[in-house]
Design a protein around this ligand. Structure first.
Ligand SMILES: NC(=O)C1=CN([C@@H]2O[C@H](COP(=O)(O)OP(=O)(O)OC[C@H]3O[C@@H](n4cnc5c(N)ncnc54)[C@H](OP(=O)(O)O)[C@@H]3O)[C@@H](O)[C@H]2O)C=CC1
Ligand SMILES: CC(=O)C(C)=O
Length: 244
């Protein structure tokens, strides 16, 4: 039986492309009202054309003040997917202050900020809710040139556990999905070179990278009542990756 999200209002960050875009479309198709938040207006315009009725909001989530202004009157939100992320890859010894700041502002701080806004609204309404933070297998395994990216995702996983601890009494569940490589714009940019992707693939018993749909299905499960007893968890979508 298809999961219905009728009567729920969902906010998806990074909904302009890739995993976030397909998550927004899947939630909308499943009956949810959807607010799609992303950085590039053209992406949001095309999304609204593909799925008429999806609300869109264009903001750089790495800008705290702009995000506060953009979300100040967001209205009731029951389901939140913190998906927006950047992968600024640098060898550890070449990591820059700018890459550090941008990575943590987008991949971590925006998750704190948006989750606070949504959770305060839920608590004020006395309504239950669910939050899915889109992490990565990179939160649990070291990947060359991913020092800052891995760190942001590890921080996200721990943040998720503490959020689950503190928000549980308010009937707000918080989990992560932790995918392996997905050939989205981000995946293609960083994993198209076979010399890099082959060793990763060899460590995956299922012998393939994840599809966007695999991640979307896991996100919708963790948003749904079918995961009603799951919070503070990390759902790996990684084909059984063998951490070496
Ligand atoms: N692809 C992969 O291999 C994997 C991805 N992930 C995670 O999944 C999530 C989605 O990744 P994926 O779909 O592949 O990425 P994409 O780069 O394909 O899409 C990311 C989306 O997030 C938006 N976004 C990025 N930064 C901001 C910002 N500051 N403010 C608002 N929107 C922003 C992008 O907008 P714009 O393009 O305009 O910047 C884009 O629409 C990320 O958190 C990523 O870390 C986890 C494991 C594997
Ligand atoms: C690209 C990425 O996020 C991985 C491999 O986790």
């Amino acid at each position: 039986m298809e999961q219905s999200f009728a009567g729920r209002r969902a906010l998806v960050t990074g909904a302009g492309k890739g995993i976030g875009r397909d998550t927004a479309k899947a939630l909308f198709a499943s009956g949810a009202q959807v607010v799609a938040v992303s950085r590039t207006q053209e992406d949001l315009t095309s999304l609204a054309q593909e799925s008429p009725g999806i609300e869109t909001l264009c903001v750089d989530l790495g800008d705290w003040e702009a995000t506060e202004r953009a979300l100040s009157n967001i209205g009731p939100v029951d389901l939140l997917v913190n998906n927006a992320g950047v992968a600024l890859l640098q060898p550890f010894l070449e990591v820059t202050k700018e890459a550090c700041e941008r990575s943590f502002d987008v991949n971590y701080r925006s998750v704190v900020q948006v989750s606070q806004i949504v959770s305060r609204g839920l608590i004020a309404r006395g309504a239950p809710g669910a939050i899915v933070n889109v992490s990565s297998q990179a939160s649990q395994c070291a990947i060359k040139d991913h020092a800052i990216y891995c760190s942001t995702k590890s921080a996200m996983d721990m943040l998720t556990k503490v959020m689950a601890l503190e928000l549980g009494p308010h009937k707000i569940r918080v989990n992560t999905v932790n995918p392996t490589v997905v050939m989205t714009a981000m995946g293609r940019a960083n994993w198209s070179d076979a010399q890099k992707s082959e060793p990763m693939l060899k460590r995956i018993p299922l012998g393939k990278f994840a599809e966007v749909e695999d991640v979307v299905n896991s996100i919708l499960f963790l948003l749904s009542d079918r995961s009603a007893m799951t919070t503070g968890s990390a759902l790996l979508v990684d084909g059984g990756y063998l951490v070496g």
